[in-house]
Design a protein around this ligand. Structure first.
Ligand code: SAM
Length: 109
């Protein structure tokens, strides 16, 4: 995959039927997004750059819907960081068991 265009957010970096788009991995800090279109030409999934992508940089998109729950991704990252810190200090309780014990709360709305 290669990035083209000025990286203004409008550049199409990869287009085609689903298989090429399906090769893109997930990132919580995506540099591209998938745009779906369906018209007389048929159905298309396109990867569009969200920012400049350097040659050789992996093109990644978020498997989680942007906007609607991206704030939850950030909140979840902060939560996990806190759990890791507490996990190191805790007396024998692993991060996973801390989470299983109900210590993970949903992010505030
Ligand atoms: C749509 S495919 C992406 C392309 C896949 N990596 C491949 O080589 O065919 C989704 C799968 O890729 C892997 N994947 C996606 N994002 C990843 C990431 N950030 N780190 C590791 N594996 C990832 C997971 O196995 C996931 O089920």
């Amino acid at each position: 995959m290669s990035a083209r265009g000025p990286g203004t957010g409008a550049a199409v970096v990869l287009a085609g039927p689903p298989p090429p788009v399906a090769l893109a991995n997930h990132s919580c800090d995506p540099n591209a997004e998938v745009v779906f279109a369906c018209d007389a030409g048929g159905a298309r999934a396109t990867l569009r750059a969200l920012r400049p992508i350097a040659p050789g940089e992996e093109v990644v998109h978020s498997y989680i819907r942007r906007g609607g729950n991206s704030h939850m991704t950030t909140a979840r990252r902060i939560q996990l960081r806190g759990h890791r810190r507490r996990g190191r200090r805790s007396s024998g309780r692993s991060t996973a068991s801390t989470a299983a014990a109900g210590a993970v709360r949903p992010p505030p709305r």
